[in-house]
Design a binder for this molecule. Structure first.
Ligand code: TYD
Length: 205
């Protein structure tokens, strides 16, 4: 059964770990599942990822349009075809990232973002969005000590206030649709979180 699950959260929230763990659980059960990440997954998405990692400053509007361009490619070339075959897509970030980062974080017009999100995705919406919520200080400490090894991109180097706005943005989005969002305290043990996410996903499937 086709199903579209999105993981969201600030940098260092542990969403990528949980997305990969859900993918493994599904594959063990013989479910046809695919993991995507944004930006990434297509040549355009990979190019945007490299550009962001270079740390070269971008204006907020350029940033917005590049994320949307990369998303349009990913939906068209990867996500939609996989869903049409009846698979489960587990996406590490989707439209809510843009509302949280470019809208709440950078202060760009939210109606514009919602419009671009709709255009880029052709109206595709997740069946479930899992939000891993972590206090900003904890998340940033994880990032600098963690997998990125402190090598900053445009977002890792943003001030803590930026990340606080992003976190607030996610909470506001989740509050508007409690049915569609599973909000979890990302400070809990990863195994516990994994079990809770699986229980919810299993119910949907
Ligand atoms: P991510 O893959 O989470 O970063 P990392 O490789 O460090 O784990 O995403 C890259 C960054 O891009 C992240 O800081 C969030 C940002 N981003 C936006 O600002 N807007 C968007 O629409 C998306 C998809 C990501």
């Amino acid at each position: 059964m086709a199903c579209f699950i999105v993981f969201e959260g600030g940098d260092g929230s542990g969403k990528s770990t949980q997305a990969r763990s859900l993918l493994r659980r599904m594959r063990r059960r013989g479910i046809q599942a695919l993991h995507t990440r944004e930006p990434g997954g297509t040549p355009l998405g990979q190019a945007l990822r490299s550009l962001l990692k270079s740390g070269d400053p971008m204006t907020p509007i350029s940033e917005l349009m590049l994320f949307e361009a990369a998303r349009a490619q990913l939906v068209e070339q990867v996500i939609r075809p996989f869903l049409q075959q009846g698979g489960v897509v587990i996406a590490d970030r989707f439209t809510s990232s843009t509302v949280a980062y470019q809208g709440y974080g950078r202060g760009l017009d939210r109606e514009l973002i919602e419009r671009l999100n709709r255009e880029a995705t052709g109206g595709l919406e997740p069946d479930l969005t899992v939000l891993l919520d972590v206090p900003v200080e904890t998340a940033l400490a994880r990032k600098t000590g963690g997998e990125s090894g402190g090598k900053g991109d445009n977002f890792d180097d943003a001030p803590a206030d930026f990340h606080r706005r992003v976190r607030r943005g996610y909470s506001a989005l989740a509050a508007t649709d409690p049915e569609g969002w599973l909000v979890l305290d990302g400070q809990r043990p990863p195994e516990q979180l994994g079990r809770e996410i699986w229980a919810k996903v299993e119910a949907i499937l």
